[in-house]
Design a protein around this ligand. Structure first.
Ligand SMILES: Nc1ncnc2c1ncn2[C@@H]1O[C@H](COP(=O)(O)OP(=O)(O)OP(=O)(O)O)[C@@H](O)[C@H]1O
Ligand SMILES: [Mg+2]
Length: 371
């Protein structure tokens, strides 16, 4: 699915515009997967992107240009992801109709499901299945995506000002799911999960966290939370009256307190305060994820629980975080592997390995363009 799809002349490059980093990935199909042909990453100045939205277009354009120069990418076509409070994704049930008919009808149907006025939104949808009701009505399940036109226009301008051609806009969490589970079309394939099972995916980065629920490789629910790495750092900075950079360094060093109490208690007072602060923030975070998953479960007809959660994102590298998630969400937590479908040539190994927690959205965006 792409919110915007124009005819691409080359395989579009995946461009992930983040709060801390711009990441660009280019892939080529290879066998059952892909090979990474180029990758680069450059830092984004503080405040240019806030909670997934572009605030300083000039700064973002600069960062994109720098990253582009660094990577040696082919062509000019790019695919970007959007993930912020101005994109909503809803799973809806509609009477069955052909794709072409739905294309026309969605404009009229959408308003009932989305908080953005339809006239200010760009809409997209993906049919994910159809079924018969007990009363013998033919129904279909549709994943409806609505994104605010202003927010999209901002992103388009930032990319075009960098001399690139935006050919595809994706929902970041769909790209993420694609990187982790492979490219799945609307027809449900057989997959490792048993019927009626769903897995969670949580990608914690800096300004936002993407939460998704995946059934048979297809995302059926997604939500963006603004509790992410930045908020953890900001909380430490507030409590200890540190600069953002000092708090960031302390966050890396302190991590969460060991849930089992196995770590020696730090003699450093600021480490202890940072750990307590992080524990409070992470508990808020877990409550937010829990609410999202519970919401999904109340809607799902066949799925009763989510017993496995894949975690990625640079912000998920907080010491002991996975133990807290596992306990708080009552689920097995696994570190997701963004390289599952990706061969990485030796020249790119070191840069990719160093960023393996942060790379998934860019890879998934690139895969979406290549499939
Ligand atoms: N070792 C670590 N421990 C804890 N947090 C870490 C660690 N390494 C990186 N982080 C956090 O990861 C976050 C950066 O993640 P990432 O680079 O994925 O963000 P981004 O993609 O630029 O932002 P976003 O997608 O949210 O706009 C920062 O909050 C940073 O503090
Ligand atoms: Mg990111």
């Amino acid at each position: 699915m792409g919110l915007v799809s124009l005819g691409a002349q080359t395989i579009p490059v995946g461009l992930d515009i983040g709060t801390d980093q711009v990441r660009i990935a280019q892939v080529k199909p290879a066998g059952a997967g892909y090979v990474l042909s180029a990758y680069s990453k450059v830092g984004m100045p503080l405040g240019a992107v806030v909670e997934g939205e572009i605030f300083d277009q000039t700064a973002v354009t600069h960062a994109i240009k720098d990253a582009w120069r660094l990577g040696g990418f082919k062509g000019k076509d790019v695919a970007i992801g959007v993930s912020n409070q101005k994109v909503v994704v809803r799973l809806i049930d509609l009477p069955y109709m052909e794709r072409a008919e739905l294309q026309g009808a969605i404009q009229y149907q959408a308003q009932d499901y989305i908080p953005i006025p339809v006239e200010d939104a760009i809409l997209d949808f993906q049919i994910i299945g159809d079924y018969m009701t007990p009363a013998d009505e033919h129904m279909m399940e549709v994943l409806l995506v609505a994104a605010s036109r202003d927010m999209i226009d901002n992103a388009v301008s930032a990319v075009e000002a960098a001399g690139l051609r935006l050919v595809r806009i994706d929902v970041t969490s769909f790209a993420l799911v694609r990187a982790l589970f492979g490219a799945v079309d609307s027809v449900l394939p057989s997959h490792e999960e048993a019927p009626g099972e769903a897995v969670g995916v949580i990608h914690i980065s800096s300004g936002v966290t993407n939460i998704a629920v995946v059934e048979k490789g297809v995302p059926r629910f997604t939500r963006v939370s603004s509790i992410a790495g930045n908020q953890f750092t900001q909380a430490i900075s507030n409590v200890l009256n540190l600069t953002f950079d000092e708090a960031e360094e302390l966050k890396f060093r302190a991590g969460l307190p060991d849930i089992e109490g196995g770590d020696p208690i730090s003699g450093d007072h600021s480490v202890q305060v940072a750990q307590d602060t992080l524990e409070r923030e992470v508990n808020k975070f877990i409550a937010e994820v829990r609410r999202s998953l519970d919401y999904y479960l109340t809607q799902a007809t066949q799925v009763r629980s989510i017993s496995k959660i894949y975690v990625t994102g640079s912000g998920s590298q907080l010491h002991h975080l996975n133990e807290y998630l596992s306990k708080g969400l009552q689920a097995e937590v696994a570190v997701a592997d963004p390289m599952h479908f990706l061969q990485v040539p030796s020249a790119l190994q070191s840069v990719v390995m160093a960023d393996r927690m942060g790379i998934a959205p860019a890879v998934g965006l690139a895969m979406g363009g290549a499939s």
